[in-house]
Design a protein around this ligand. Structure first.
Ligand code: MEV
Length: 310
């Protein structure tokens, strides 16, 4: 039929970002309110991209679209469509470089659009491998957690490359606040690796603590114990700051969220800018936290609820 459509959404890492790159477990929650759509249409002539970042031939796309082009190429190759030219149109609510998974979401939607064009379903493992092709171009050695989070309907526990749905005993209402500062995941991952290489003892202590935080959080989430989850978020933020991936804007927003009644607040994803993730006790308080975060300098604020499920 000459056309394909793929969709994905944002994600927020609740526990274990950075630590997960070094083998620790992590927890990711979907952010279904921020969606990304990829349309592909078979065309004559060279392949093209049309997005808010760039419109033109794939071959001349700027470096920041390298991961998108890689996903497109990998998916076309996978389906033996390497000779086919397409126009790829991407529309997205997801801000780039804000720790919300825009690179993995782009890869996921592009891969799904090409699978739709080919009229063939991918197994979860095939899909994951193809998304990871673009994630490697985006930031070197991705753990794979983002590629899972942007296609999952539920929170996930991720450890050692394996992923499982994580039951939650209570609804979780999050407030996501954008610092307005672009954070490079690659730079942040490199900075943490430098800490590991130069201060091994301190790094190992932090990694062990982040590991046990993720494990405790898993149990607390299952029991619906949001107060403990919030306290663990606050503690995580401190450890991530100690690894050098927070920043003044994130610290300011974290303090504002706590003062406004958040159960906990932390940076999410790569950090060095990007977004703050706060856990609200209820919807009215979430609205108050959102207003206070705007007043404290957030350039955009989103509220996202994950419903309890067994
Ligand atoms: C980025 O969302 C999460 C990091 O842990 C990198 C990764 O897991 O690949 C910072």
């Amino acid at each position: 039929h000459g056309r394909g459509l793929g969709r994905s959404h944002g994600k927020a890492i609740l526990f274990g970002e950075h630590a997960v790159v070094h083998g620790a477990p992590a927890i990711v929650v979907p952010v279904p309110a921020l969606t990304l759509t990829a349309h592909v249409t078979v065309v004559d002539g060279p392949s093209r991209i049309e997005s808010s970042l760039y419109a033109g031939p794939t071959a001349d796309a700027p470096d920041r679209l390298g991961p998108t082009v890689a996903a497109l190429q990998a998916a076309l190759d996978f389906f033996d469509l390497a000779d086919v030219s397409v126009e790829l149109r991407i529309s997205s609510d997801l801000p780039a470089s804000r720790g919300l998974g825009s690179s993995a979401a782009t890869g996921a939607a592009v891969v799904a659009a090409i699978a739709d064009l080919a009229g063939t379903d991918l197994t979860p493992a095939e899909r994951h491998d193809l998304i990871q092709t673009s994630e490697r171009v985006a930031h070197g050695a991705p753990s794979g957690i983002d590629a899972h989070g942007v296609v999952s309907a539920s929170p996930l526990w991720f450890h050692g490359g394996a992923v499982e749905a994580l039951p939650t005993g209570a609804d979780l209402t999050f407030v996501l606040a954008d610092t307005g500062v672009a954070g490079s995941t690659r730079t942040a991952v490199d900075a943490v690796r430098r800490v590991r290489d130069t201060e091994r003892e301190r790094f190992d202590v932090v990694l062990a603590r982040l590991t046990s935080i993720a494990r405790t959080a898993r149990t607390s989430l299952a029991m619906g114990d949001r107060a403990t989850v919030g306290a663990l978020m606050d503690e995580s933020h401190g450890h991530l700051a100690g690894l050098g991936v927070s920043g003044p804007e994130l610290d300011t927003l974290a303090a504002a969220a706590r003062a406004a009644g958040a159960l906990g607040a932390k940076l999410t994803g790569g950090g060095l800018g990007g977004c703050l993730l706060a856990l609200a006790p209820d919807l009215p308080t979430a609205e108050h936290i959102a207003a206070e975060l705007r007043a404290a300098g957030a350039t955009a604020v989103h509220t996202s609820t994950t419903e309890a499920f067994a």
